[in-house]
Design a protein around this ligand. Sequence first.
Ligand code: F3S
Ligand code: F3S
Length: 105
Amino acid sequence: TYVIALPCVDVKDRACVDECPVDCIYEGERMLYIHPDECVDCGACEPVCPVEAIYYEDDVPDEWRDYTVANAEFFAEIGSPGGAAKVGVYDFDHSLVAALPPQTH
Ligand code: F3S
Ligand code: F3S
């Protein structure tokens, strides 16, 4: 799977959403999350993010390793909706993200 990391927080450019052929990039309050079971590893999202927040799971920088877990755990209670467009924006974030101070970029 691919993973969205810290640079997305409080940016949410959403260019990645338009590229994903399976609509598996879901929006939380402060960042977006890739569903690890729905992502088909097409990689189309990675180059379009203007803040380079997206990485293949094996390439996530060490400092952002926690985001691999956070992307997966975000869906613990959501499950697998099978498409982000129909569920809209969730009004919460993973605890790792919710605890961050406002990010300025
Ligand atoms: Fe975030 Fe980059 Fe997508 S800022 S919403 S991961 S294009
Ligand atoms: Fe979609 Fe990116 Fe995966 S475009 S299928 S989330 S690699």
